[in-house]
Each structure stands twice: as C-alpha cells, then as structure tokens.
Design a protein around this ligand. Structure first.
Ligand code: GDP
Length: 489
C-alpha cells in the first residue's frame, strides 16, 4: 500500500476551484517537467526553462489537437512549494480543459494527487513545519480579517520559531541531566538546579500563555458562538435576523422536534459571530419539546456568549447557568412597548409602524433603566462578564450598541500586535500535555528527585512540543492532518 509519505512519483491536481475564469493545474514530482513537455508546445521545451519563469504556449493532445492556450510556470527543485520540480499550468477555467490537461498528464506518467499531498510533500521536504502546513489549510478556510490574521502568523512561522526556541532550551537541559547520569557514581551536578528551575518556569509561562490563547484563537477561527435564549415569543428569531442581516447562513431542520434550530453568522468588524437561535425555554412535559430544551442547554454550554432575551411584559426570569468563561448578556427586548418617557433616545430609522404608537403603559417595571436585580444577584460571581441592555429587535433600537458590546468581548488587539494565538485543537492538546509534564518536572526538581526522573519529564515536554511542529510525528497523525485538506493543496 502506498502512503502519503512515499513521494517518488509525480502528482497532478487542479489547484483552483471550479467556476472561475481561469484555472491552475499543478504538476509536481521528479518527472514534472518532462511530463508537461509531452503536452506543452511553446517556443522552447520547458526542459530548457530556468526556475521561476513563465512560458506561453499551447496544450496539445496526442493527436495534435490544441486543447488551450496556457501559461506554464516552472519551479525547479528545491525552490518550489513542494521542494520537487513543479509546473503550474494556467488555462481557461473550463471543466473540460482541466480534465483534459489532467488526463494528458496521467497518460504521460503522473498520478492524481491525494488530498493535501502537495502540502504534505512540502512538509516532508522541510519547506514547512507541520504547524505551518496546517496553517495553509486555515488560511484557505479563513473568512474574516482576524481568522486570516491568526492563520497568517502561524503560516509565516512565528509560532514555529517560538516553539523551536523552547525546545532548544529544554534539549540543552536534558543533555546536561543525562550527562549527570553517565557520571552517577561521582555524584556531580552539571545542570545548575536554580538555572534549571528558572528555565522550566520560563517555558511553563510561555506554553501556558499559548494554551491560554486558544479560547480566542478558536473563536476567531471557528466564529464566536452566541446562543440566543429566552421564552417563546421573546423575539429570538427577530433578533437573529436583525443581527445576521443578509449574512444568514444556514437553517437546519432537525427532524422530530417541535421547531427548527437556526444558525446564522455575522461579521462584526472583522470577527465572525455564529448566532444560534435556540428553542424557547419553558417547563414542559412534552417529550419533543424537552428534546429541544436539551439542545438549548447544549447550545448554551458550547457558546462563548449567551444572550438572554426577556420582555417587559414577562418579568419572570429563568435562571440560566453559564460557565465562568462565558459572557452573559441580558437583553430586555421590545422596549418600544414601553411608554414614551421610558423609551431611550434612538437615532435608528423606523419604517412601518412607529414604536411609539405601540407603546403600552403596563410594563413600567421592566421599562425602567435598572432591571429587576434578582437574577443578577443570584448569578453573582458565576459569570466573568455580564451586562444588561435594552433593545428592540424589531425596531432596531440598541442593536448597534449590542454589536459593539459583542465585539468588545473579543480581544483582537493582541493579534494585531503580532502576538501568537493558538487556533488549532491538536496544538492546544499538545500544549496541555506539555504543561502537565512541566508541572511534574518542577515537582521533581523541588522534591530533589533523581536526575533520571527529571530528565524523563523534560523529555515528555519535548515530545509534546515536537508534535506541534512535526519533529515528532507518525504516519497516522500525518495522514489524518493532510486528509482534511482538499485535492490540489
Ligand atoms: P421567538 O419565539 O423568541 O423566536 O420570537 P419571535 O422572534 O418569533 O418574535 C415573537 C413576536 O414578537 C413576533 O411577532 C415579533 O414580531 C415580535 N417582536 C420581536 N421583537 C420585537 C420588538 O422589539 N418589539 C415588538 N413590539 N415586537 C417584537
């Protein structure tokens, strides 16, 4: 069986998505240039071309029929993405032309590339480390300014440099410790224990910082999860539509439930937010509704932000338990139903019915600026962040302020300042393992445990950090990472 690690052969794949005016077919491997010359007719054969040069010509099939006018870009080993000879053929973006070029390449000896095979070759050739290779996929998937910024820093290798520095420090330590083992009879200490402790603490501080950045990195990469919860008719769907506008992305029907779960995204100042309109919260005996409620609780647990909608006419509130890491925002919706005096000043434009004409006087308690304190005090320190806002989803009152509040929960300043932010779960898990081993190593040091135990703990830290950059890896890990790529990457 061939594995992704075998790369003696020459591979071909379209590098661009269907439907564009142009397409690029990539051919890479030892015989790439010779295989292209079997179909390319230019002023001179590509075999005579220097690296990093462009050549205009025609793709001609074996019967001499011209398939397309193309430009061939030649990259010679080792100065190519994969490290092997590579030709990128830019042609007109027709599905037929692409398939003909690929067919001709295969006839001449190439084989179709597997998912991620170009990037895996780049990794194996040492052109990229593993975290950079993963960032290539992230950058292709990035759909907002900040998901792009995180992937871009990682792809450019800032993260790898930092990890390499940490590994180098630790390698130096273990080599000193292992030297002590060789001289164990003589009871010498090559590694100064104070210096050792300082370095371990320094590495621990940096790995913890990196691991700590994952919540932000993951939110920037995947979108910030926002659960909209509240009783039926509180205005959840109206709010979701208001926030998502035209960006409304997906409506999923889950069979067998009383209502749909609706998810939509909105880009607020370069950050993607994923709003989940959950089933209304209420006590019920209905089994299907209970299932919907279980999904609501699940959505709340997974969200980074919980928007709890209540209305002036329904002051009884459910207590929603949120985690410390979550931001809880209570929204009093339908404030347009409050009396004139209570209605906040707004510069929003209204069309259709005027909110003032809808004003009702019966709900003064919830219309007051300060809301009933019960839930707030009950919740106490449960929430890292909580605030209350008065809005009208239907009449667009307070929605801009809500957007600003949502955006302010995502601290992108660090990314803007060039800080490294971890956005990959695999890396986060490895960092967590590194941290556990570091804690054990420090413990061993503080308790005067023998050098071999200490050295073993440090080796485990090295192993965990090495997994991120791919210094330590297995075929299985590589196959699983690169299989998530598309063909042609
Ligand atoms: P959900 O069940 O929580 O999703 O509530 P909906 O979004 O379906 O809204 C229930 C009703 O409240 C609808 O008739 C909405 O038009 C209305 N509604 C939503 N927001 C407002 C608001 O800000 N003011 C007023 N007056 N009505 C609203």
């Amino acid at each position: 069986m061939t594995t992704i690690l075998e790369h003696d052969d020459t591979i071909v794949a379209p590098a661009t998505a269907e439907g564009g005016a142009m397409c690029v077919v990539r051919i890479s491997g030892r015989r790439a240039i010779e295989i292209c010359d079997a179909m390319f007719r230019g002023r001179r054969p590509l075999g005579e071309a220097k690296t990093h040069t462009l050549h205009y010509g025609e793709i001609v099939d074996r019967d001499g029929r011209t398939i397309d006018d193309v430009v061939a870009a030649v990259f010679r080993s080792p100065h190519s993405y994969t490290g092997d000879d590579t030709v990128e053929i830019s042609a007109h973006g027709s599905r037929y032309i692409v398939s003909e070029i690929i067919r001709l390449a295969i006839t001449a000896g190439a084989r179709m590339a597997r998912a991620g095979e170009f990037t895996s070759r780049a990794f194996l050739a040492g052109r990229l480390d593993l975290s950079q290779a993963e960032a290539v996929a992230d950058i292709i998937a990035s759909d907002s300014r900040w998901s792009h910024a995180v992937a871009s820093t990682q792809m450019r290798g800032g993260y790898s440099d930092m990890l390499r520095e940490l590994r180098d420090k630790l390698l130096h330590l273990t080599s000193l410790l292992e030297l002590e083992l060789d001289f164990s009879e003589e009871d010498v200490e090559f590694a100064d224990r104070k210096e050792l402790r300082d370095i371990l603490c320094d590495v621990q501080r940096q790995t913890r910082n990196l691991a700590g950045s994952f919540a932000l990195g993951n939110a920037l990469k995947e979108g910030v999860g926002v659960a909209i919860v509240g009783r039926p008719n509180a205005g959840k769907s109206t709010l979701l539509n208001r926030l998502a506008g035209d960006d409304r992305a997906m409506v999923s029907d889950i069979a067998g439930t009383t209502r749909d779960t609706i998810e939509a995204t909105a880009n607020i100042d370069g950050v993607v937010f994923r709003f989940i309109d959950t089933a209304g919260l209420r006590i019920t005996d209905d089994r299907l509704e209970q299932m919907g409620m279980a999904r609501t609780r699940d959505a709340i647990a997974k969200a980074r932000i919980v928007l709890h909608l209540i209305t002036p006419d329904d002051p009884a509130e459910e207590i929603i338990s949120t985690a410390l890491s979550q931001t809880y925002i209570r929204l009093i919706n339908k404030i347009d139903l409050c009396s004139d005096a209570d209605a906040p000043a707004t510069n929003n434009e209204h069309t259709g019915d005027s909110p003032v004409s809808l004003a009702a006087n019966s709900n003064r308690n919830m219309c007051d600026t300060q809301v009933a304190p019960t839930a707030e005090t009950d919740r106490g320190a449960e929430n890292a962040a909580q605030s209350t806002m008065r809005i009208s989803a239907k009449y667009d009152i307070g929605i801009d302020d809500l957007r600003r509040l949502l955006r302010s929960t995502v601290a992108t300043e660090a990314v803007a300042g060039g800080s490294i932010v971890v956005s990959n779960l695999r890396h986060y898990e490895a960092l967590t393992r590194a941290d556990e081993s570091l804690a054990r190593a420090l413990d061993a040091l503080d308790n005067g445990l023998p050098a071999d135990l200490l050295s073993e703990d440090i080796r485990q830290v090295l192993h965990a950090l090495g997994e991120i950059t791919g210094e330590i890896t297995t075929d299985d890990i590589l196959a699983s990472i690169f299989s998530k790529f598309c063909i042609g990457k």
